[in-house]
Design a protein around this ligand. Structure first.
Ligand code: NAD
Length: 978
């Protein structure tokens, strides 16, 4: 295996340093490059635009109509029923100003389309509903328009069609379209399609050899349902041999096979697979220049090809998942982005990579895939006298530029093959990539954009990129650090930590007397803690956040061993804990750092001060034994209270460790106490007369018991902040993309073995989509890996204890007699010592069969008719719970209607419904699901506080100085308490 360490190092380099290296390494292109690029653009602009260019010119993503058109293009052809198609059309044509696109375009087709869209929009406005006037006509016209658009991008619906359409001046690499596989059946289908395509291409290749002849592009995620780093072992065992089989077929018929690039987190896995295949000339890999490690990857490939004595094709692309990469890095809290966030840096990296590829002697056959005239001219300059390389463009794009080149230098067309519905995700990628304001293609078609702005060398336009992910919430707070679990060394480290059982002793179970003592001691310490002030308390909480971050390996191991968390879950929980501490620190500083000066009559000072209530009991569940435990404690502390925290009986070790860290950080021992034990200790705590508030997270029944106990006490009435359970629904209409929906169902219903309060419990899926979704869901669930939580490959670990497993089994048995079982994941052998419960789903004829929260990986599925959406919403409201709700739909008015009519705390649209982020998605429900305020939100601390208003008659001591010396606006002033 070649050395990957330069790839790993480059990946972690920050963008600024990386850019400095690039600027030092890549010489400014010679002057003629600019002139050549300008000429390419000028000549291209003088030719009639291709349909895509004209379309982009008229409907770019910077106008509402362009975005609507993209949504229609993405979803229209795959929606199975008329009612939903009409709803989509109404939703999308109802917005924007379609008339302003009339008669503008140099393309007749675009003008016809604009006319059709404007007419459709008029019909809607005048008739109110598309149904009343010309509905079938409009539906058919739009479907036709999308097919026409698709035709621009797809070479043919079959490989034979595509081959027949080939233009002999170009070389071709055919791409079999399709979503990544979610099931083994999908993967098998894609394998067969590739096999047939290779044979068909081979029949026409005419002995040109695998490098310069026609080839095929293969997407590894299409060939395996779990093409993820965490599943490396099984991918190598299952996918590598299948790919080798395709390789041999390709080799036999002299067809080149290039592996497409996908998301950055799949790179190492892709290289692992590739290494097992490099045995013949004709294999290729796409490398994305937008990755900071692109140069290192090029160097690595050149070295590998040389060592194996083969010729490797390297297709250099800029990269098509840019927005997704930025999002993922921010969500995962990575120290730095995997990609350049400044587009000019990518262009520069492209040239640096080209330089390395040309230096790879004959072991590398470089292919430069770009539509950017400046990059094209620069590559020509870098190539010098070398001729054994090619350009590449996408089918349907870049014709006007490449028409000028193809006669003198070989150019290959990347040509998608497949059915319209498979094309759509690909199409949207292309539109997003090229329709955005900053893209070259977009400017190139915009005649008003000056050529000068398009031909500058990237050196001249680098601006520096986005702030790195940890600075996402700057300047208020640092985001919690995450680890990139797709990096080989990080994975090894994580598995090492997780496997080591921490040796912290289990704290002894408290006696009721300990509880009394703790509350009394806390009451004695509360005043001085409150007087410390928000600023100092914030510093202590921030210290604690740093200590938690540095104790990560130990805490994560605790979560894995004591709570049965998988490694990714343990990491997410650790980060949430850190975020809670920093977020509440910010809130303490903001609201408890001084008095609010209130407006009032002259001669009077009016001030409002927030302060701690006294002693809070913080009672937490086992399912987030660190994040919820620390979150409750931190909120109470931030607001100036002393705390007696009761950990769940299943997870006292983690709680003890957290309390230790808080003490180390500077929380006085008298201010924070831990008690352990079950119901009796909870009861002893909540009936103690010294308590001034209770923060509880757990089941609704326990919250009600606590509420009754508090009500029965004599003395002051104290607040109860309760976050409880839910029967969380997920509603999907038939416009949802089934693959995306199923990914989100799997995560929402089964991740953490369904033991999250936010987990989806009941899926309402529209009749017309139900069959497809259930098939995909069962297939995807079959690919889940059940196992020990300390292996990274484990998706589903154990449930918390035998009692929980027995409750789940009892429910499964009960519902199994009343509903159809859709699937059940079997428990592999060798896990007898773990309390495993296989994820499963049941189809219910009647949602009423589910009357209470079932806390584990059991999903209930109910079909609904679009026309009866109202009764679904009624059911959700009538359940009385209101915690989370997922909605999947491409139709804005659909999700808006749902969101407006249900009483639920956290609504998630077109994404998973678990994993709320502190300060980003403040979390908590209503009704039976909780009292509020939400955890991790801007209003949390107020409930933990009490308020004092102080009104001073200034006239009594001589007069209103503020009035006499100028204005007196109400404002916050530092209170200077110490
Ligand atoms: P639980 O109600 O059984 O226990 C929660 C805590 O309350 C534990 O520490 C327990 O010892 C204590 N307790 C139990 N009886 C008590 C009593 N009579 N008086 C005082 N304390 C008592 O809940 P659980 O099984 O640990 O956790 C799972 C539940 O928590 C699920 O219902 C889940 O939905 C809910 N939950 C809600 C949220 C949220 O934010 N809404 C978050 C996590 C979990």
């Amino acid at each position: 295996m070649s050395d990957r360490s330069p790839i790993i190092t480059a990946h972690r380099q920050d963008e600024a340093a990386c850019l400095r290296d690039l600027l030092a390494q890549v010489a400014l292109p010679p002057a003629w490059v600019q002139a050549r690029a300008a000429q390419l653009i000028q000549v291209a602009r003088n030719r009639p635009p291709a349909l895509f260019d004209a379309l982009l010119q008229e409907f770019s993503l910077s106008n509402a109509e362009g975005v609507s058109l993209m949504v229609i293009a993405e979803s229209l052809l795959r929606i199975p029923d008329r009612a939903t198609i009409d709803a989509l059309i109404e939703d999308r044509l109802g917005h924007g100003d379609w008339h302003r696109h009339l008669g503008h375009s140099p393309s007749r087709l675009v003008n016809v389309a604009a006319w059709g869209l404007a007419t459709g929009a008029d019909l809607l406005h005048h008739a109110g509903l598309v149904v009343r006037l010309g509905e079938p006509v409009l539906r058919a016209a739009l479907a036709q328009a999308v097919r026409l658009l698709a035709h621009q991008f797809v070479m043919g619906s079959s490989i034979e069609d595509a081959l027949a359409r080939s233009d002999t001046r170009y070389r071709y690499s055919f791409d079999m379209l399709g979503e990544g596989a979610r099931t083994q059946a999908d993967a098998d289908r894609h394998f067969d399609a590739y096999t047939e395509a290779i044979a068909a291409i081979g029949r026409t290749s005419g002995g040109q050899g695998p490098i310069v002849g026609p080839g095929i592009s293969v997407k590894l995620s299409a060939l395996h349902p779990r093409f993820e780093t965490a599943q490396t072992e099984r991918v190598l065992a299952q996918l590598a041999p299948r790919l080798a089989e395709l390789g041999r077929l390709a080799q036999d018929v002299n067809v080149g096979l290039t592996i497409d690039a996908e998301e950055a987190h799949r790179l190492h896995l892709t290289l692992d697979v590739l290494e097992r295949l490099v045995w013949w000339d004709g294999l290729g890999l796409a490398v994305q220049a937008y990755q900071k490690r692109a140069r290192a990857v090029c160097g690595y490939l050149a070295e590998m090809a040389r060592a194996r004595g083969v010729r490797l094709v390297v297709r250099l692309v800029k990269g098509a998942y840019w927005d997704g990469e930025i999002k993922r890095a921010q969500e995962a809290g990575l120290a730095t982005y995997p990609v350049f966030t400044d587009k000019a840096a990518t262009d520069l990296s492209y040239l640096a990579c080209a330089h390395i590829l040309f230096g790879g002697e004959t072991f590398i056959y470089p292919a430069f895939a770009t539509h950017n005239a400046q990059s094209i001219a620069s590559i020509e300059a870098l190539a010098g006298s070398r001729t054994d390389w090619e350009f590449q463009r996408l089918h349907g794009m870049g014709e006007r530029i490449y028409e000028q080149i193809v006669a003198s230098h070989p150019c290959r067309v990347y040509a998608p093959v497949g059915h319209h519905h498979d094309l759509l995700p690909y199409l949207v990628r292309r539109l997003l990539e090229n329709g955005a304001n900053g893209s070259f293609v977009n400017h190139m078609v915009d005649e008003d954009a000056p050529i000068d702005s398009l031909i500058q060398a990237p050196h001249q336009v680098c601006r520096g990129g986005l702030p790195e992910p940890p600075l996402m919430f700057a300047p208020e707070r640092r985001a919690a650090v995450g680890w990139d679990l797709s990096e080989p060394d990080v994975r090894a480290m994580m598995e090492g930590h997780a496997a080591a059982r921490p040796d912290h002793p289990r704290p002894p179970t408290s006696a009721p007397a300990d509880v009394n003592h703790a509350v009394d001691a806390a009451a004695a310490a509360a005043g001085s803690w409150d007087r410390l002030g928000g600023e100092r308390r914030a510093e202590i909480l921030e210290n604690a956040s740093d200590l938690v971050e540095s104790a990560a390996p130990d805490l994560m191991a605790g979560l894995v061993h004591e709570a049965g968390k998988t490694i990714p879950d343990a990491l997410a929980e650790l980060r949430e804990t850190v975020d809670f501490l920093r977020y509440y620190a910010v809130q303490a500083r903001k609201h408890f750092g001084g008095d609010m000066v209130l407006p009032g009559p002259a001669g009077e000072s009016n001030r409002l001060r927030l302060k701690g209530r006294g002693v809070f009991a913080a009672i937490s569940p086992w399912n987030f034994p660190l994040a919820i435990f620390v979150g409750q404690v931190a909120a109470a502390l931030a607001a100036g209270n002393a705390v007696v925290a009761k950990a769940a009986p299943q997870t006292p070790r983690i709680a003890a460790r957290a309390v230790d860290l808080l003490h180390q950080a500077g929380v006085p021992r008298g201010v924070l106490h831990l008690v352990t034990g079950g119901v009796e200790i909870g009861q002893a705590l909540t009936q103690h007369p010294g308590l001034t508030g209770v923060s509880f997270t757990g089941s609704t029944a326990t919250a009600q018991a606590i509420n009754r106990r508090l009500a029965a006490r004599s003395g002051p009435i104290i607040p109860l902040i309760a976050e409880t359970g839910g029967i969380n629904a997920l509603i999907a209409d038939s416009s949802a993309l089934p693959e995306q929906l199923v990914d989100d169902i799997i995560v929402s219903a089964f991740r953490s073995a369904g033991q999250r309060c936010s987990s989806a419990r009941i899926l309402f899926v529209q009749n017309e989509a139900a069959k497809t979704v259930e098939r995909l869901l069962a297939g995807a669930a079959a690919e889940l890996r059940l196992g020990s939580p300390w292996h990274l490959s484990t998706d589903i670990g154990p449930v918390i204890d035998a009692a929980a497993r027995d409750r789940l089994q009892a429910h499964a048995d009960w519902i199994g007699h009343r509903a159809a079982r859709l699937f059940e994941c079997p428990i592999p052998d060798g896990l007898a010592e773990l309390t495993m419960f296989g994820p499963r789903a049941f189809r219910l004829e009647n949602a009423d069969l589910l009357g209470a929260e079932v806390f584990g990986p059991i999903l209930h599925v109910v079909h609904f008719a679009r026309s009866h959406l109202g009764s679904v919403l009624d059911w959700i409201n009538a359940s009385g719970y209101g915690l989370t709700l997922g909605i999947h739909s491409r139709i804005d008015s659909f999700w808006q209607q749902v969101a407006e009519n249900v009483r639920v705390g956290n609504i998630y649209v077109n994404r998973g419904q678990i994993g709320a982020v502190v300060g980003v998605q403040p979390f908590g429900g209503e009704g039976l699901s909780g009292t509020g305020p939400k955890a991790g939100g801007p209003h949390t601390l107020f409930r933990y506080a009490t308020e004092t208003t102080t009104s001073i008659n200034l006239a009594a001591i001589g007069g209103d100085v503020g009035l006499l010396t100028g204005g007196r606006q109400p404002k916050f002033t530092p209170c200077g308490r110490s």
